[in-house]
Design a protein around this ligand. Structure first.
Ligand code: GSH
Length: 218
């Protein structure tokens, strides 16, 4: 078995997969995507012309999209965590995974990518709309998350792998705040999980690159 992950330690979607790998203790080779390893970027683009990451190689075969990567790990390299349980619980996990990616992670990314654009290409209307949707996502989670400890109850799943990076960074662009105590407590529990704490720590040296300015916490 040979697993390689093309990833960067500050990239939120990479955390989603790294958390699953770390939580299961699955061995893999880290193919760092940074300026010191241009060959890794070239390889990534060869496997996935969109050059979005992470991408997993399993015995040379590319597995793409974080949700599919975690499903692949569960099928071919299972560990102690059942990332997508059977039945209705699994369907709830899949729904929440989609929710965290599409309504939290992607709306959180809008102001971040906007800040990286040249001044004349910025899109304040698009950012305002994304921030509005992010606040709606927070409110929905506050009303619809269960009592925990995790997204679907007692079991740490794919939904939590998606929730951890999206809520970590989303709180940096829009504070969840004390008016959403259930969601704040869930974010705090996620950050205390050993696999998440490891991903957070590995990203720490890169915080100065956060274009909106990383807050002095977490
Ligand atoms: N839907 C993709 C999203 C991957 C993604 O957007 N990754 C970010 C890193 S967190 C990226 O590649 N950004 C580079 C870019 O947008 O050019 C997944 O789940 O794998």
């Amino acid at each position: 078995m040979s697993l390689q992950l093309y990833a960067h330690p500050f990239a939120s979607y990479c955390w989603k997969v790294l958390i699953a790998l770390y939580a299961d203790g699955t061995k893999f080779e880290y193919r760092m995507l940074d300026q010191e390893h241009p060959d890794n970027f070239a390889e990534l683009t060869r496997h996935w012309p969109f050059a979005l990451f992470p991408v997993l190689l399993d015995d040379g075969k590319a597995v793409i999209e974080t949700t599919c990567i975690i499903e692949h790990l569960q099928a071919h390299h299972p560990g102690k965590n059942a990332w997508i349980p059977d039945g209705d619980l699994g369907r709830r996990v899949r729904f929440l995974d989609r929710f965290f990616d599409q309504y939290v992670m992607n709306n959180m990314s809008a102001p971040v990518f906007n800040a990286l654009r040249p001044e004349e290409s910025r899109d304040p209307y698009g950012v305002e709309k994304a921030m509005d949707r992010l606040r709606t996502a927070f409110d929905w989670l506050e009303s619809n998350l269960g009592d925990g400890p995790w997204a679907v109850g007692e079991q740490f799943t794919l939904a939590d792998c998606a929730a951890a990076p999206s809520l970590f960074y989303a709180d940096w662009v829009q504070e969840i705040g004390s008016e959403r105590p259930r969601l704040s407590a869930y974010r705090a529990r996620l950050l205390a999980h050993p696999a998440v704490a490891r991903a957070v720590d590995e990203g720490r040296p890169y915080r100065s690159f956060f274009p909106l300015g990383a807050p002095d916490r977490d």
